[in-house]
Design a protein around this ligand. Sequence first.
Ligand SMILES: NC(=O)c1ccc[n+]([C@@H]2O[C@H](COP(=O)([O-])OP(=O)(O)OC[C@H]3O[C@@H](n4cnc5c(N)ncnc54)[C@H](O)[C@@H]3O)[C@@H](O)[C@H]2O)c1
Length: 244
Amino acid sequence: MKGIHGKTVLVTGAASGFGAGIAERFAQEGGKVIVADIDRQAGAAQADAIGGTFLQMDVADDTSVRAVLDALAEPVEILVNNAGIGLSPTPLTEVEPADFERLIGVNVRSIYHTARAIVPVMRSNGGGVILNIASTAGVSPRPGLTWYNASKGWVITATRSMAVELAADNIRVNAINPVAGETPLLSTFMGGDTEENRARFLATIPLGRFSTPDDIASAACFLCSEEASMITGVALEVDGGRCI
Ligand SMILES: NC(=O)c1ccc[n+]([C@@H]2O[C@H](COP(=O)([O-])OP(=O)(O)OC[C@H]3O[C@@H](n4cnc5c(N)ncnc54)[C@H](O)[C@@H]3O)[C@@H](O)[C@H]2O)c1
C-alpha cells in the first residue's frame, strides 16, 4: 500500500482484537506505529511484538489524551480511533447510568478528544488521515444493544461531518463498519459465547462467518493509504453482506 511506509500511525485500543490486527498490519507496511491503550500490560506486549511504541491512554479522558499526544516527538499522520466497548444485551431502560456514561465516554467522546488534540497537528503538517471504527450496529441495529448501536450511529455521522469540514485541510476521514468479529468483545455482544448464540449471529451474515482482525486491518490499510486518496466520508461495511 502506498503512503503508509514511514508514517506515524496512532491506533487506539491497539492492545486487543481489531486494533491489535490494524496496528500489526500498519507495522508490516512500514508505519511507525503507536499502540495507545488503557491496558498497560497487553498494550506494551503488542507494541513489543510489532516493533511499535506503547503509550497508555484513556480515550474517554481529555486530560489523558492530551498528555500523551503532547509528549509525542513526531506528529501523528494517521489516526485510527478504534478503542471501543460494548454492552451485553440489555433492555434499553435497564442500562445503568454509569454504564451508559462509560459507553459514551469510550465510543463517542474519544473521537472528540482525539480530534481536538490531533486535527490542529495534521493541519499544520499539511494534512492527514483519520479512520474511525464504527459498526454495522450503527446501520442495522440489533435489539438489546440500543445505546451501543446509537453510539456507533454517532460515529458514522461524525465521520461524514468531519470529512466534509476537514477536506479543505487535506485531511481525509473515513469509517469502517465491521460485522460481529472474532475478538474478546464478541462474547459480550452475544450475551455469552455459546454454540447457540454463534449460530444465531452467523445466520444473519450472508457470507457465513464472523469478521476477523485481518479483515478489518486490510480495509483500514487501504482507506488510510494513498490508493484511497479520493475517498473521504465513507463508512465501509466489512460485514459479509450483513447490511444488504
Ligand atoms: N468485535 C466486534 O464484534 C465488533 C463489531 C463491530 C465493531 N466493533 C468495534 O471495533 C472496535 C474494537 O473492538 P474489539 O472487538 O477489537 O474489542 P476488544 O475488546 O478486543 O479491544 C478493545 C481495546 O480497546 C481498549 N480500550 C477499552 N477502553 C479504552 C479506553 N478508555 N482507552 C483506551 N483503550 C481502551 C481495550 O483495552 C482493548 O485493548 C470497537 O470500537 C468496537 O466497538 C467490534
